[in-house]
Design a protein around this ligand. Sequence first.
Ligand code: CMC
Length: 427
Amino acid sequence: MTKTATLALGGPAQDYAVLEGSIGPDVLDIRKLYARTGAFTFDPGFTSTAACESGITYIDGDQGVLLHRGYSIEDLARDSSFMEVAYLLTEGELPTHEELATFKYTISRHTMVHEQLMQFFRGFRRDAHPMAIMCGVVGALSAFYHDSTDIDDPKQRMIASHRLIAKMPTIAALAYKYSIGQPFIYPDNSLSYTGNFLRMTFAVPAEPYVVNPVVERALDRIFILHADHEQNASTSTVRLAGSSGANPFACIAAGIACLWGPAHGGANEAALNMLREIGTPDKIPHYIARAKDKDDSFRLMGFGHRVYKNYDPRATVMQQTVREVFKEMNVTDPIFDVALQLEEMALNDPYFIEKKLFPNVDFYSGIILSAIGFPTSMFTALFALARTVGWVAQWNEMIGDPEQKIGRPRQLYTGAPQRPFVPLDKR
Ligand code: CMC
């Protein structure tokens, strides 16, 4: 039976359809609300609003569940590769051996960037943040690819998507190399997607570089954990930018800009900086007290999530990965102990229990990235690299949706009502 919801707004009651997803909460269809009642809904921050229909990623925040096309993040992180997940997200199904080989080959054909794009890097200050460079350079890609900007052509959309997935590691590595004054390293398509990125980042022309398989696997898993996350702020930004029919490369640059903020992707950088600032376990109570103090703006970075009111499943995998990487690489970092103890103290503290604040994906990721050798300023750039897969999948889904419309929210206006203009000399 079709479910309906009845709403009476100063007039006769009217029925509104209730839409049912395959799993997850029902959605009240209020598309006709304004036409029928003259009223808007008010939901800043979109805490109760489904902004689109999507078949890509599902999150159950209360149970700590994350599924991509129906497959759990734990299974994907354990048994698949980032390229498989990229195929899954963009194409809808897990690839066969042959499909995966073709996909990898296609991506590898697009790893180089136009030589003229290199000039853009040299225009930045040496100490520019990699995310500032990524934002500018990815936006600049829109000037290079006129053959993939007819977004109504699914083939052109897919070419733009492949270009973005393929070029993001190159651009991130170039940003890093530029910031440390080392020569740019060109892609090597004989390596895996992640191995090639490691080489472009850490190799120098003067010495041979061998990809460490443990590091390669750990980083690949980090990419899997960041690949997509439903309608988060940056993905919604990409969708909103794309809803006007804008150039896909410019839309992804908009997503990068949004991701950079410390409440979103920038939290991995902020979390590691926080752990280093705490430094030793004896200082933890002081920082927990600060996080609870209403008069102090300090928050535990890497803690809390808009959707997860339980352990973020990505944080569980990330914590295991830290242990594996440390064991395999025979390294230790006292910051990991600080993180573990901070987590334990926070999870036993009534403030964090009551507000359902748990570690999120960013709490442990910085510890591994730092052990691999990335400076903190690169952390969010790595997040952007991985999330590009989700952004292009969601953008493609949106453009291909026959119901797609330009995104145009309304507002609760609280400014001055209409009033007569006062000429300058009378004010
Ligand atoms: N430390 C201390 N208190 C917190 C924290 C925290 N990390 N996060 C939320 N709270 C408190 C907050 O003060 C508020 O308290 P009250 O109800 O007394 O005013 C309550 O919990 C709800 O917070 P909110 O800001 O209304 O919740 P939100 O859903 O709007 O924010 C969040 C979600 C992720 C922005 C927030 O938890 C936060 O700022 N966390 C730290 C930054 C972080 O780790 N971000 C990464 C998110 S995961 C990666 C990604 O997807 O990008």
